[in-house]
Design a protein around this ligand. Sequence first.
Ligand SMILES: Nc1ncnc2c1ncn2[C@@H]1O[C@H](COP(=O)(O)OP(=O)(O)OP(=O)(O)O)[C@@H](O)[C@H]1O
Ligand SMILES: [Mg+2]
Length: 368
Amino acid sequence: MIRFESITKAYPDGTVAVNGLDLEAPTGKLTILVGPSGCGKTTSLRMINRLIEPTSGTIYLDDQPTSGMDAALLRRRIGYVIQHAGLFPHRTIVDNIATMPLLLGESRQKARHRALELMERVGLPETFANRYPWQLSGGQQQRVGVARALASDPAFMLMDEPFSAVDPVVRAQLQEEFLRLQREIGKTIIMVTHDIDEALKLGDQVAVMRVGGKLAQMATPSELLTSPADEFVADFVGRDRGYRSLGFTAAAGSVAVGEEWTVQLGASAAEAQAKATGAWVLVVDAGRRPLGWAQPEQVHGELRKEHLNLSGTSAQASGTMRQLLDAALSSPSRRGVVVNEHGELLGTVTATDVVKAIEAEPHLETAR
Ligand SMILES: Nc1ncnc2c1ncn2[C@@H]1O[C@H](COP(=O)(O)OP(=O)(O)OP(=O)(O)O)[C@@H](O)[C@H]1O
Ligand SMILES: [Mg+2]
């Protein structure tokens, strides 16, 4: 656990970067600090590992005040990842990752072995080991930054905009991988971002800060979306928050899934016509996994791959209301495909069914 107690930081020029901050980042959870530029996120983070000293207040690490700790020892317990990875340009990737263990007196061989293990963990091929940072893409460098922070197996991690220097596609990929990694390692993490979508996607809890270094609200992503504390938070979380909050609302059991007739590839035009509801028929494989929708009137002879319309998304019955609604709205037949965890067809839902379920149960349990 990392705990801020009445933390204030005033810089010598009088700027109050952080003002009376009380905050608790629970053990094993990912806490996100989010807020507009200049609201004191980086300052807050750097006070934890004492790269910046607070003007007043106390920060506790597992109930021990950090002010009494040796700063070097403190930093060894805390992994730190910064925006542009901050790698040593003249050291190879493997040496960058092994920096801390080597400093701590581990043997070269052991440190190298561990570094290679970590490379695999964060999705870097072993062949990168002897390259230099400039020979890697931005996203790959970020992975090295994460691996390096994990090298001394710290209980705590601080991450300052770790995914912001890369394009949106790579960013989404790094986020997914990081979530998967965190599920395995369960570190106590504080991550800074100014991107509310990233905060809502990754955070177990999210602290929204306002300029002047004050906490506006600390809540789970779904609470932030459904009950923002004030206008500032509501604005920051965004106008489409009602729709987005459905992304945290479990669909399980609350929407009736209707039966859907199906055909397989190779079916005759007549069979496709007989099984169609309206203009569309759902095509599945031999394992009842949906392949796409087809319009029987376009089928002459037998139903083939070229007849498939692949535009709709499918939703898992155990997924969220948003996925269910999206499946219905994106389906050419306007019937959303619902599958089980093996991808096998359960049936279909209409947007009207989903909206009815949303209206009937406004306080559904959240999905996570
Ligand atoms: N060394 C310093 N001396 C004076 N003022 C500073 C110093 N470092 C930061 N500040 C000011 O403190 C405030 C908070 O800065 P901080 O870097 O913590 O913001 P941030 O939330 O991380 O912003 P960003 O999203 O742009 O990274 C800003 O107004 C900044 O100008
Ligand atoms: Mg910053």
